[in-house]
Design a binder for this molecule. Structure first.
Ligand code: ZN
Length: 280
């Protein structure tokens, strides 16, 4: 968490809350949130990060873009912010005079509201960049976006086929951008493919089913998680609702067949599947 659907929900909220508005002030609470590159390390804080954010004051915020799990947010004056949300990052809206939310790291004030970047684990960051460079940086080292640039079965096979378990290969962003531990497992369940099967052992029919399942899963998750509230999205691993079929449901009945959902470690992450719907 957060993966493509959760980042897309954040993107839509930032668009609704801030796009087209003038940035009045920056409240940099945790200077380690401004980094020189997209990294999970707070130690990579940018020495003049505060000044670089201050340079955005007076500029109009554009509409954020998304590629995979990354955001790119253009501002006037030829500047932009790249961002990723790490493990726990999300955005929250508060009125101009309201107390900030817990674990706030950065606030951007737009007239009557401030949008706060909240991140308990501090893996997420923003990176000040030139607006002209932002679109290329947004997709650097990434495959096509799993939702906006969907692949058919043969194209998905070309990108994902490997000796690794298919669920592990699906999570590698240079192959396909956007899937992580949750949505890779859910897509495998939708396609009736065991997550531990080698990604060079799938049939053409299975690649076609997986390609359709990925898009269906991402669309479902955005719909299920589209939060309307000012507190933004609450991730399932942080106590939010679990709208998923197998993720986090070890031992519970499969919603399709009733078999107990299996859970096991795969590539360092707990993976869930139905042994009946997804035979090895
Ligand atoms: Zn089942």
């Amino acid at each position: 968490m957060p993966e493509l659907p959760e980042v897309e929900v954040c993107r839509r909220q930032l668009t609704q809350w801030a796009a087209g508005r003038t940035l009045d002030a920056v409240h940099l609470v945790d200077r380690a949130v401004v980094r020189g590159e997209l990294t999970s390390k707070p130690s990579a804080a940018l020495a003049d990060g505060g000044a670089q954010l201050e340079a955005l004051v007076g500029q109009i915020a554009g509409e954020p873009l998304r590629h995979g799990k990354r955001l790119g947010w253009p501002f006037g004056g030829g500047r932009a912010l790249l961002a990723h949300l790490g493990m726990t990052g999300h955005w929250v809206r508060r009125g101009a005079g309201d107390d900030p939310p817990p674990q706030h790291r950065l606030g951007l004030a737009f007239g009557d509201r401030t949008v706060w970047y909240v991140d308990g684990r501090r893996f997420g960051c923003v990176v000040p960049v030139e607006a002209s460079a932002m679109p290329a940086l947004l997709r650097a080292d990434c495959g096509p976006d799993a939702l906006d640039e969907p692949l058919d079965g043969p194209a998905l096979a070309d990108r994902v086929r490997s000796r690794k378990p298919v669920k592990v290969a699906l999570m590698e962003q240079q192959r396909l951008a956007g899937l992580g531990n949750i949505h890779a497992a859910e897509a495998c369940w939708r396609a009736h493919i065991a997550p531990g099967r080698r990604a060079d052992a799938l049939s053409p029919e299975e690649w076609g089913a997986l390609a359709q399942a990925i898009v269906a899963q991402l669309r479902f998750a955005i719909e299920a998680e589209a939060a309307g509230g000012d507190d933004g999205i609450v991730y399932v691993n942080l106590g939010g609702p679990n709208p998923f079929s197998v993720y986090g449901r070890g031992g519970e009945p499969c919603p399709a067949c009733g078999t107990a959902i299996a859970a096991d470690e795969m590539g360092g992450r707990t993976t869930y599947w139905c042994p009946t719907c997804q035979p090895a």
